[in-house]
Design a protein. Structure first.
Lengths: 295, 424
């Protein structure tokens, strides 16, 4: 190896640590999981090679998988956009100079810093139709519609869980919009006002488009959050009843550990990886990569 | 300076060489399980160490779901501890290749007739799911149990009623208690195991023993009795026997909190419910078990409830093949089954002893003693069928089917077809 070769290729040596870490902690696990997905394996005893049978079963004969995909779509649209909308409204109010606006910002942001495990336990007790807060409220006030099978009805469970998620993360969206609103150039808003734009027109045609980088960031984080959703669902419904609120991560966990189908769970993880990669590529290609840094 | 450095190096070398020798004198038994709870385990260890100070036991007790994850991860990494907690059937069979046969350990402790010193159901179920021709015991039973129903005594006394023996009586009581805002039968049906427990009692009423024949392929899960039992299961929800929202609730801790608060008239549980009396600072109903009494699952078919009960092993323990100290592990297990450790365990009323003749050293109330005697002298001897199923796939399919039928997503027939498919 000549001295010239070393000098010409010195960049490789600078890249090496990152490449090695990437190979060990990203590429190897992906390869390992893909390999495991081709086996019927309980994670304990000897594995039996089954080829792509796990994938065939998944797409032809796996109701919980179908429900997890359906719920992921629900989750994406019913958390990201309501959170953005509500967060923007709150941010608009809490940057308008109302009294105690900083106190309100803290209160609205607080759920975002509480562990989903704690929230799961608390909301389970709020939702419980027997002995729960809403049920007792219904009993005391006569507002019987409040007593519903929020978590035990296969029709309601996923939406009840999504509601808690929106409640938790709206404060985070609000904070992002507060930062975005405070960074808007005042002269543009003043110019719009001078040109005769009313409050709605200023929001619709000036403020909202200028916050594009915040919208994109929240969408990106929302999609990542959807694909990672685990703790809240695990605590509130454990994916039930009858898989009605199953999400891909909870289903992967259930298959891998309680059901001890590590091979099948690996196949599910590969599919999740493909979905995550596709979503990332879609976002970069269609929405662009101008997130918090702006245009 | 040079001499000091040489001296220091020599000291370090001597320490490095002697450390493993010193460590070899210490016998460590690593124990991992979900049961008994840590406070009880520590009491058992203390009792064991009084006679065996040379053996150090390192316990690690976690909740059952986390324990399964731990166990699988450790097995995959080749790092199983010496001693592990097991359930008969599916769980033991999954780890069978990692477990040592324990007959020799049992014979050396209790003699050739050791099996006679246990309640029969414990020995039968210790082999549950073994392949044909494999008579090894991969785990020794520590605690056994029945599954049954309980009622809250003050609620029944205030209402002036008796525990139900038929479905009609159960329905009448349900209407009465629902009107009072009390859960007739409190169940956390979000947990698969309690769904299965109730179904096992229903099918036991409809066709005793048939489910085990179906597991062995001698009957089909789609046969009429299974569908009928599944239909009864659905009726328990539709008729308001179970409290509203049962399917979205865990049995532990959510349903138990309501039971302890006196908001449940009846509830499915098992002999292990006696352990409530052993908890520190128990709520009034739990104290000395004064608030509860057991009863048998009502006869839903009208053909008469079976005299026997379902039950079996609550927890058994196995020694792993990779154990560095199998003899010490054997000593620990056998002490916890019939020695000082076992007495410490039974004193907490954790569940019923698998070893015949053990009894808590004291009871807090006459009711508690009467309940203990009922279980050990009457009910346990009549346990004929297992609470557990052999196949993990069938077990899971049944739990899934029960949830789907209760949620109205499947008909009883469709639910049982799901179970049959898992048994192919």
């Amino acid at each position: 190896m000549s001295r010239n070769w070393l000098i010409e290729n010195q960049g490789l040596f600078f890249m090496a640590p990152a490449m090695i870490l990437f190979a060990v902690f990203v590429l190897y696990p992906i390869f390992y999981i893909f390999n495991a997905s081709l086996y019927d394996w309980d994670g304990i005893n000897e594995a039996i090679y089954v080829g792509i049978q796990n994938y065939i079963d998944m797409f032809t004969d796996d109701r919980p998988f179908g429900l997890a995909i359906r719920n992921s779509i629900y989750w994406t649209f019913l958390t990201i956009f309501p959170q953005m909308f509500l967060g923007f409204i709150l941010a608009s109010i809490l940057t308008s100079g109302i009294p105690f606006q900083n106190v309100f910002r803290i209160i609205f942001f607080m759920p975002a810093i509480i562990s989903p495990v704690v929230l799961g336990i608390v909301w389970q007790r709020i939702y419980a139709p027997f002995g729960g807060l809403l049920a007792d409220l219904a009993f005391e006030t006569g507002a019987h519609f409040l007593r519903q099978e929020y978590l035990s009805s296969s029709r309601l469970a996923i939406f009840s869980t999504i509601f808690v998620n929106v409640w938790q993360w709206t404060g985070f969206s609000m904070l992002m919009y507060v930062a975005g609103l405070q960074g808007l150039p005042g002269e543009v808003l003043s110019a719009a006002q001078v040109d005769g734009a009313n409050a709605w027109q200023r929001i619709r045609h000036v403020v909202w488009p200028m916050l594009r980088h915040v919208h994109l960031t929240l969408i990106l984080l929302g999609v990542i959050g959807t694909l990672q959703t685990f703790a809240l669902v695990y605590m509130l419904t454990n994916g039930g009843p009858s898989s009605a609120s199953e999400m891909l991560p909870t289903y992967i966990f259930r298959k891998a550990f309680p059901l001890q189908s590590m091979g099948y769970a690996s196949a599910l993880a590969v599919v999740l990886l493909v979905i995550a990669l596709s979503a990332s590529i879609f976002q970069v290609r269609v929405l662009g990569s101008r997130f918090t840094i702006g245009d | 300076m040079y001499r000091k450095v040489v001296f220091a190096v020599c000291v370090l070398l001597v320490l490095a060489v002697s450390a493993p020798i010193l460590a070899q004198d210490e016998v460590v038994v690593r124990f991992r399980s979900w049961s008994p709870v840590i406070a009880t385990t520590e009491a058992m260890i203390a009792a064991f160490n009084e006679a065996n100070p040379d053996i150090t036991i390192e316990p690690d007790i976690t909740n059952y779901p986390e324990y399964l994850v731990d166990l699988q991860t450790m097995a995959a990494g080749g790092a199983l501890p010496d001693l592990i907690g097991l359930e008969p059937g599916a769980l033991t069979q999954q780890y069978r290749d990692h477990l040592m046969p324990l007959q020799d350990c049992a014979v050396s402790t209790w003699g050739e007739d050791w099996e006679d010193q246990f309640f029969p159901v414990g020995i039968e179920q210790a082999r549950l799911g073994n392949p044909e021709g494999d008579d090894n015991i991969y785990g020794l039973p520590v605690l056994v149990q029945t599954i049954n129903m309980w009622y809250t005594v003050p609620i029944f006394e205030e209402a002036g009623v008796e525990p139900p023996t038929t479905y009609d009586e159960l329905k009448e009581l349900a209407d009465l208690f629902n009107a009072q805002g009390i859960a007739p039968v409190m169940i956390g049906a979000g947990d698969g195991w309690i769904r299965r427990d109730v179904y096992m009692q229903l099918i036991h009423n409809v066709a005793p023993g048939l489910i085990y024949e179906a597991e062995d392929g001698m009957a089909s899960f789609t046969d009429e009795p299974f569908v009928e039992a599944m239909t009864w299961w659905k009726r328990l929800f539709d008729d308001g026997i179970f409290q509203m929202g049962a399917l979205g609730m865990t049995h532990y801790p959510a349903a138990v909190e309501q039971i302890q608060a006196g908001r449940a008239a009846m509830f499915p549980m098992g002999a292990w419910w006696q352990q409530q009396a052993g908890n520190p600072d128990p709520p009034p109903l739990d104290e000395n078990l004064q608030g509860y009494a057991p009863f048998k699952f009502p006869d839903v078919t009208g053909m008469g409830a079976p005299e026997d009960l379902l039950g079996g092993i609550d927890v058994m323990m196995g020694v792993t093949r990779g154990s560095a100290n199998p003899d010490a592990a054997c000593k620990v297990i056998t002490d916890w089954i019939s020695g000082a450790g076992a007495q410490a365990l039974i004193n907490t009323y954790n569940d019923l002893p698998a070893y015949i003749g053990l009894r808590p050293e004291s009871f807090g109330s006459e009711n508690q003693e009467a309940v203990w005697d009922l279980f050990t002298e009457d009910w346990l001897a009549s346990v004929k069928y297992a609470r557990q199923l052999k196949s993990p796939d069938v077990k899971q399919a049944l739990e899934d089917a029960l949830a789907a039928v209760a949620a109205g997503e499947m008909t009883p027939a469709e639910g049982m077809q799901l179970v049959q498919d898992a048994n192919m």
